[in-house]
Design a protein around this ligand. Structure first.
Ligand code: SAJ
Length: 423
C-alpha cells in the first residue's frame, strides 16, 4: 500500500508527487491521460520546468514513485486536477468531482484527503466532503479533510514548491495538523494553519489581487496612449514611491490561473465583484485593442499577413494556456488578416486549434507587421537586420517593451510600443 496517492500529474501534481517520493513516501501518481502515465512509468517528464526532469527521474528510480490510472488504498489522497471556467465564466468542477469519486472505493477510516485545486469557497466541504460522505464516513470524524492551495509560479515550480510559505486549511484542526505532517517533509516555507474555507478564499484573493493589479497597469497604459505619454516611463517613476508597485501593462493576462480564478468569486458574489469583473474585462480586451491600434497607425489591412511572436502566456515557459495570442489570432481572423505564430519554447504543432511553429524566418516571411506577444529571452536578441531580411513590411508592435526601439527605428522600422502615446 502506498502512503500517498496524488490525483492529477500536471504542473502541480507531478512535482508534488516527486518531492514526496524523494522525501521517502511511497507515492502513487494517478492521471486519466494515458501518455502522461506511460511517460512517468519510464521516468520521463513531459513538462518543461527547471529541475523537474531530474526530480522526476530520481523519484521513479528510487522506486518510491509509481504511476497508474486508478487509485488504490492509501493513507493520504491529494487532488491536483484542473478547475477551468466555461465560456460563460461558470466554474467547472467535473474533474474535482470525478477525482473524488475515484477515491470512494478506497476510502478508509483515518485517511487524509487534501484538495489543492483552486476552487470556489466551500468546495472542499460541500463537494469533496459530501461525495466522500456517501461511504457513510464523516469528514472530521472518520477521515481528515483539507484544502491546501499551491502558490507556485510556472517556470519556477520546483523551487517555489519547496520554499514558498503555505496555507493549510483543515475542515477540523486535527485535519490541518495531519496535512502539516505531510507538507513539512518537503516544504521549507512557513506553514500557517487555518480552516478550509478561509484557505480557499485566500487562494482566490491572491490571484485576483494579481489580476486587478495588471488591469490597473493596463488602464494606465490606455490613459497614457490617449494622453500622449509613455506609460512605461511614468510607471517606473511612480514606482520610486516607497509604497507604490505598479505592474507591467501587456497584451492581456494568460495562464490557467489568473484569468480564471477571479470568476469563482464573481460567480458566487456578483453583488461585490464590480471591480473584479471590470479587471477581467480590461485584461481580456487588451489583445483586441492592441490589434486595432496597430491597424490604425500601420498599413496592416485585410488580406495581409501578421506575424505573432510568442505563444506562451509569459516569458520563457512552454505553456500557452489562455495566452493572449489566441485572442490576437481570433481578432485578426475576423478582419481577414492571416497570422503565423512562432514560439521557441512550445513544441511545434496545433495547440487548442492554433498552429504554432518554431521556424522564425518562415513565420516572418511575407508579413506586413509583427506583434511581439511574449518577452522570451531569444526575442530580445533579434536584430533589425534579421527582421528586415525576412519580413515584407516594416511595422513592429512591442507589447512588452523589450526591443531596442531606437536601433529598430534607425534601421527604418516603425515601432509601436504598447502604452506609449508619444507621437
Ligand atoms: N502579467 C502582466 N503584467 C505583469 C505581470 C503579469 O501582464 O506585470 C501577465 C503575464 O504576462 C501573464 C499573466 O499576467 O500572461 C499571469 O502571469 P503571472 O506571472 O502573474 O502568474 P501565473 O499565472 O504564472 O502564476 C500565478 C501566480 N499567482 C500570483 O502571483 C498571485 C502563482 O503564484 C500561482 O501559484 C499561480 O498563478 C497559480 O497556480 O494559481
Amino acid at each position: 500500500m502506498s502512503d500517498v496517492c496524488v490525483l492529477g500529474l500536471g504542473y502541480v501534481g507531478l512535482p508534488t508527487a516527486s518531492l514526496l517520493a524523494n522525501a521517502g513516501f511511497s507515492v502513487l501518481g494517478i492521471d486519466i491521460h494515458e501518455p502522461t502515465v506511460a511517460a512517468l512509468r519510464s521516468g520521463k517528464c513531459r513538462l518543461e520546468e527547471a529541475g523537474l526532469s531530474t526530480l522526476v527521474s530520481a523519484a521513479v528510480n528510487s522506486g518510491n514513485l509509481i504511476a497508474g490510472m486508478q487509485p488504490e488504498p492509501c493513507s493520504t489522497f491529494i487532488i491536483c486536477v484542473p478547475t477551468p471556467v466555461s465560456a460563460n465564466h461558470k466554474v467547472d468542477l467535473l474533474a474535482v468531482e470525478s477525482a473524488t469519486r475515484s477515491i470512494l472505493p478506497y476510502l478508509r477510516k483515518g485517511n487524509l484527503i487534501i484538495l489543492e485545486s483552486t476552487s470556489p469557497v466551500g468546495t472542499t466541504r460541500n463537494v469533496v466532503g459530501r461525495i466522500l460522505a456517501e461511504t457513510g464516513f464523516e469528514p472530521g470524524r472518520d477521515f481528515h479533510l483539507c484544502y491546501c492551495p499551491e502558490r507556485v509560479l510556472p517556470g519556477n515550480t520546483v523551487n517555489e514548491l519547496i520554499n514558498n510559505d503555505r496555507v493549510i486549511g483543515g475542515f477540523t484542526p486535527a485535519s490541518a495538523q495531519a496535512a502539516l505532517a505531510i507538507y513539512s517533509k518537503f516544504c521549507q516555507g512557513n506553514m500557517t494553519l487555518t480552516d478550509d474555507r478561509t484557505a480557499e478564499m485566500c487562494k482566490l484573493m491572491e490571484n485576483t489581487f494579481r489580476d486587478v493589479n495588471v488591469a490597473l497597469a493596463n488602464s494606465f497604459s490606455r490613459i497614457a496612449e490617449d494622453a500622449g505619454i509613455n506609460a512605461w516611463e511614468a510607471i517606473e517613476l511612480a514606482n520610486l514611491h516607497p509604497r507604490v508597485k505598479i505592474l507591467k501593462p501587456g497584451p492581456g493576462v494568460g495562464g490557467h490561473c489568473i484569468p480564471v480564478d477571479p470568476w469563482f468569486l464573481v460567480e458566487n458574489f456578483p453583488q461585490h465583484s464590480a471591480l473584479l469583473r471590470s479587471a477581467r474585462e480590461i485584461n481580456d480586451s487588451q489583445a483586441k485593442r492592441t490589434l486595432e491600434r496597430l491597424m490604425r497607425v500601420s498599413g496592416l489591412r485585410s488580406g495581409d499577413k501578421l506575424a505573432l511572436l510568442g505563444a506562451a502566456y509569459k516569458a520563457d515557459i512552454d505553456d500557452a494556456r489562455e495566452s493572449p495570442v489566441y485572442q490576437l489570432h481570433q481578432e485578426a481572423a475576423i478582419l481577414n488578416i492571416a497570422t503565423a505564430v512562432h514560439d521557441p519554447m512550445i513544441k511545434p504543432g496545433i495547440h487548442a486549434g492554433l498552429s504554432i511553429c518554431n521556424d522564425l524566418p518562415r513565420c516572418l516571411e511575407a508579413a506586413t507587421a509583427t506583434i511581439l506577444v511574449t518577452e522570451h529571452k531569444m526575442y530580445r536578441t533579434l536584430t533589425p537586420a534579421f527582421f528586415a531580411k525576412h519580413m515584407k513590411g516594416k511595422w513592429i508592435c512591442d507589447t512588452r517593451n523589450v526591443l531596442n526601439h531606437s536601433v529598430f527605428r534607425e534601421a527604418g522600422f516603425h515601432v509601436l510600443l504598447l502604452g506609449d502615446g508619444r507621437p
